[in-house]
Each structure stands twice: as C-alpha cells, then as structure tokens.
Design a protein around this ligand. Structure first.
Ligand SMILES: Nc1ncnc2c1ncn2[C@@H]1O[C@H](COP(=O)(O)OP(=O)(O)O)[C@@H](O)[C@H]1O
Ligand SMILES: [Mg+2]
Length: 598
C-alpha cells in the first residue's frame, strides 16, 4: 500500500507539471525575437521529448497504483463480508425475529460494496485530486501571482457550496440506503414464498408492493411514495445537478476572468502566451480536481452511512453470548472432547418468559416441570400453549425472563451455547433443509463440526428415520438434490431427512416438535416406532399432536396457557387431571367420527 501511495503521488506530480511544458512548447513556436529558427526548433523538440518522457513514466506509476489499490479493495470487501456474516449468525434468535432476511442480505451485498468503493477508488481519487489541486495551485502562483490571486477569489464560494451539498447528500444517502433495504426485504419475501404468491394469484399485488418500495417510475411526482428509493434518488439528482452547475459556473467565471485579464497582461508584454495557456490549463486541472474531490466527498459520506450500519452489526454484543466463533480450532476440539458424561436430565423451575418482540405477552407464566435423565417425556396441549417455546429455551435460542432452565442440573445460561447444543438435537415443527444432496443434509452435523462424512452412518441414520427407502428409490439415491429449503421433497420426506439429520448428530437429548405431523398415518406409525426405538437409553422430549403416540411416555405434561396443568404418566393424568381427561375424550371422539366416515 505504501508503494502504491508513492506511485500515486509521483504520477500526480508528473501530470501536474505537464501544463508548464505545454506552455513552453507554445512559447518555443512563437517568434519572441532574437532566437534563430534553429534554436527555436531545438527548444520545441526538447519540450516535446520531455513531455513524452513524463507521460510514459506517469503511465507506469498509474498502472501500479491502480492495480494495488483495486486488489486491496477487493480483499477488504471480502473480509468485511465474512466478518459481517459471522456477526449476524452470532446474534441471538430475538435479533433475527426483529429483522428481515432481505434487509440483512442487502447489508451484506450493497453496504459492503459501498465501503469497498470508499476504501479504494475514493481514497485514491481523493488523494490524486487533492495532491493535483495543491500542486497546480502552487504552480499558478509560480506562473503569475497577479492572475492567481484573481482566479482564487471564487474558492471560498466553492467551499461553501460543497459544504451545503455535502450535508444534504449525507441525509439523502442514509435514507436511500434504508429504502433499498426495505425494497430488498419485500423482494426476498415474494421470491422465497412464490408458491404462496402464485396460489393466491397475488403476483400483481407483490409487484405492486415492490414497485411501491422501489418507486414507480411512471407515477407523477405527487403520487410517488416519499420514502421510495426512486423519490430519494430523484432528490439526490436534483441536489447533484444544482451543485455541479454551481461549481462549474464558478469555475467558468474564474476561467473567463483569467482569459480576459491574462490577455491584457500578454498584450502589455507582462506575460508570454505560453504562460497564459499553461495558467489556464492549470486552472482547469484545479477545477476538475475540486469537482472530483466534491464527488468523492459524497461517496465517502455514503460509505460512512453504510459503515455505520455494518459496524452496528459487527460490534454488537449478542445477548446470548457466543464465544465459540472467536475460539481457535484447537480450543474447540478440546472443549468438544469435554462434552461427555451427564445423563441429560432437564428441569424448568418457575419459568417466566416473554418474546422480546411481544414483551407484554407472558408465553410461559411460572412453569415448573422436570424430566428425569433417560426418560421419554411428552408435551401435549392446545396450539399456542408454549410447547415449542419450552424447547427453544432448552436450546437457548432465548433466555428465560425469570426462573431457571436446568440441563444435567446446571443452569443452561452457564453453558456455552454451542456446546449445549451439541448435546441435543431438535427436529423442528417445520424443518428446513439446505440446498444440496440428501447425504449432505443428513451429514450436516458432521460437516459443521469438520468431521469426515461416514457413508455407513448416513445410511444407518436414514434407515432409522425411515428415509432410506424413498431415498434409494430416487434415481440419484443419496445424491438427490433437495432444492432450496427442501422444496423438491414432500413434507413427510423432508421431516424424515430432518430426523435422520438429528440422529447423526448423536445427541443425548432428542427434541421432537410435532416431528410426525406432516406424515400420513402409515408412515407416522413407522416413524413413531423409529423414534421410540431411538429414545431408548436417551432423554427425549416429544411435542405430540396425537395422544395415541404418547400414552407410553414416562412422563406427560399438559402445557396450556404457559403453565403445566398436570404431569405424570397417562394413567395418573387421566385420573388426576380433568383437563387431560377432556383432551383425551375430545381426541377419541374425533377419531371415532373419522373412523365412521371411512
Ligand atoms: N418468535 C416469537 N415472537 C413472538 N411471539 C412468539 C414467537 N414464537 C411464538 N410466539 C408466541 O408464543 C406463544 C406460544 O407459542 P408456541 O410455543 O409456538 O406454542 P405451541 O408450540 O404450544 O403451539 C404463541 O402465542 C405464539 O404466538
Ligand atoms: Mg409448536
């Protein structure tokens, strides 16, 4: 970088003296009396040769400078993107609850791009223009101090105009960044949910939403949404036009003044024509440099806006701190080895919890419940009662508002989240797969931990989750690609791949959140058998939507309204807990009526 900066300074120095040489060439051609024609030819040729030499050398410096600055910029932006992505993933789940993916994507793509521009092209442009303006300025006075004083009279006005334009641009740039991010969020949602959009015939509606965020180019100025990125762009265009006109006007005024007064000086014999030409060229260089400086100023201001957003994420301390990301590979390996022993009993002690996005709603309201090590537990109860939330607290996706969640008798808040999560595996209610093959998905935990993928283990997990038969029935078998989020599989297939993925993580606590809800009755029975077999010798918690699957559980908890209304075995609950008895009766009735339909 230092070498590149030296190259930059040298190239600019050389370019700055070019007008003086032009001036000399002109003076060499004109008859100033005295000199012979031959002497003038010689002086002219010498000035030309010097100019050519300077051009050549300055081109070389320019090439070195351009390469070094631009390649450094590419590295800066790559590093920044990775850093930003790492910081995003380190944030707690609540943070994501409050964000839109499209917004985050635009931070990664366009904000970092703006910083790259500022860090490289802009720095180099600003240096070049600044140095060139300064040198040309000194040469102005060297050529003719009278003219120079006249020409610089406009400088204070230029500075004033720049200052005002800068402030306006800064505000607009920040707003337009936000507008683009909003548009990105709308687009991301529409594209990711295109099936829903299509099924409701809502293509036009979504395009309208996006066009509203971007700004409809055909709408007239009055109906255009004020905060659309187009409206902001138009305002920015206006400010820029006014600014450029002002600076150019001031520049021309000073050039015209200089031509006029300079001409007088030449006629009076106080200045040569060549000097006047050189002077005007220097002045034009200064004007051009100053206008470039003003523009780079605007892009620096934009970059500052972008960097504020970027570093707000990078510097943010996650509320559920995750030291894992900053640990060395060796430390991670050592800590992973420590994760042995413990029989994975869990307990909830008087847990109160509200989601940060809805602080007034107590989702869990003094919930107490414990699961002995190696027991099979089941959570039942009406939808919205807080069952999924309980699993989220165990995984430390969220931390309790008050009370305690214990794992192996230890408050989960005292356990490094990554380590805690290696001990448990969650099959979510709506499992999401990654684009890639079925094998890659099942082996996700091994790949994430940097372990070799064991094909035999992948197959065994697939068999245990009843995913083997349908997988091998595909022409590509385990290499079948599942599509983004698993769209190329059926719901039941996705669930079974997700179960296999959880098994391969070899957890000591298995969490199933209505893991069989997307299966037909027959495969549900099969998968339930598989789950039952897997749970032997392990602690497990299943959220069940069908009571028939949990009657054999060691402990069943009825979760309703954020509390456990009763817990125990099926028989105990039937006897002691009227709400549970009700639930059973209702399901039996539903089963009866569907049986009579069949
Ligand atoms: N991320 C979230 N932010 C805010 N509220 C949530 C969030 N997730 C769930 N809830 C609310 O918490 C309550 C319990 O939800 P959940 O635990 O998913 O219920 P269940 O799994 O028993 O059906 C519901 O009222 C739901 O609207
Ligand atoms: Mg749920």
């Amino acid at each position: 970088m230092a070498a590149a900066t030296i190259c930059l300074v040298l190239a600019v120095l050389l370019q700055a003296v070019m007008p003086i040489l032009f001036g000399r060439m002109i003076d060499a051609t004109s008859d100033t009396g005295g000199d012979s024609r031959r002497a003038r030819m010689r002086a002219y040729s010498q000035a030309c040769a010097e100019l050519a030499g300077i051009v050549g050398v300055s081109l070389f410096f320019t090439a070195v400078r351009a390469y070094v600055f631009n390649s450094a910029g590419a590295k800066v932006v790559a590093r920044l993107r990775v850093l930003l992505f790492r910081s995003m993933l380190a944030q707690e789940t609540s943070w994501f609850d409050a964000k839109e993916t499209g917004d985050l994507l635009s931070r990664l793509a366009s904000d970092t791009q703006k910083l790259q521009a500022a860090a490289t092209e802009t720095v180099s442009l600003a240096l070049r223009s600044g140095i060139s303006a300064a040198i040309s300025f000194a040469l102005l006075f060297y050529t003719s101090w009278q003219l120079a004083s006249l020409a610089t009279a406009v400088v204070p006005f230029l500075i004033g105009a720049t200052f005002i334009a800068m402030r306006v641009v800064k505000r607009l740039a920040k707003e337009s960044q936000a507008a683009l991010a909003r548009a990105g969020a709308v687009a991301q949602e529409g594209l990711a949910n295109q099936r829903v959009v299509r099924s409701f015939g809502a293509e036009g509606f979504e395009v309208g939403r996006y066009a509203h965020a971007v700004g409809d180019p055909d709408a007239d100025r009055k109906t255009l949404a004020k905060d659309s990125s187009l409206a902001l762009g138009l305002r920015q265009a206006g400010v820029q036009a006014a600014f450029i006109t002002t600076t150019a006007g001031l520049g021309y005024a000073s050039v015209l003044g200089v031509w006029y007064y300079g001409g007088l000086l030449v006629v009076r014999g106080q200045m040569t024509t060549g000097d006047l030409v050189a002077f005007v060229m220097l002045l034009l260089t200064i004007t051009a440099s100053l206008s470039v400086l003003a523009q780079t100023g605007a892009s620096v201001v934009e970059a500052i806006g972008a960097s504020v957003e970027i570093f707000a994420v990078i510097d943010r301390e996650p509320e559920i701190p995750n030291e894992w990301a900053s640990k060395s590979d060796d430390d991670r390996a050592t800590e992973l080895k420590l994760v042995t022993g413990g029989a994975a009993g869990c307990a909830f002690e008087n847990v109160v919890f509200s989601y940060a996005s809805r602080p007034d709603l107590r989702v869990l309201d003094g919930l107490t419940f414990s699961i002995p090590a190696k027991a099979r537990a089941a959570l039942v109860g009406p939808s919205g009662g807080g069952k999924t939330t309980l699993l989220h607290l165990l995984e430390r996706f969220y931390d309790v508002t008050s009370g305690k969640v214990l794992f192996d008798g230890v408050d989960v808040r005292a356990i490094e989240p990554v380590l805690l999560r290696t001990k448990m595996a969650l099959v979510a209610q709506q499992p999401a797969l990654f684009s890639g093959s079925i094998r890659d998905n099942i082996a996700y935990a091994s790949r994430a931990r940097g372990l070799a993928v064991d094909d035999a283990a992948v197959e065994a997990a697939a068999r245990a989750a009843h995913a083997f038969d349908f997988t091998t029935a595909f022409p590509d078998g385990f290499e079948t690609t599942v599509g983004e989020r698993g769209v190329r599989l059926s719901g039941g297939q996705t669930q079974r791949v997700a179960i296999a993925r959880a098994l391969l993580a070899a957890p000591r606590l298995l969490l199933f959140d209505e893991a069989t809800s997307a299966l037909d009755a027959e495969s549900e029975a099969l998968v339930q058998d598989a789950i039952d077999a897997l749970c032997v010798g392990r602690t497990s918690i299943s959220v069940a939507h069908r009571l028939s699957t949990v009657v054999n559980a060691d402990v069943i908890a009825l979760v309703q309204g954020g509390r456990v209304l009763g817990s125990g075995t099926h028989d105990v609950l039937l006897r002691d807990c009227p709400e549970y008895a009700n639930l059973v009766r209702r399901q039996l009735r539903a089963a009866d009526s569907s049986a009579s339909l069949a």
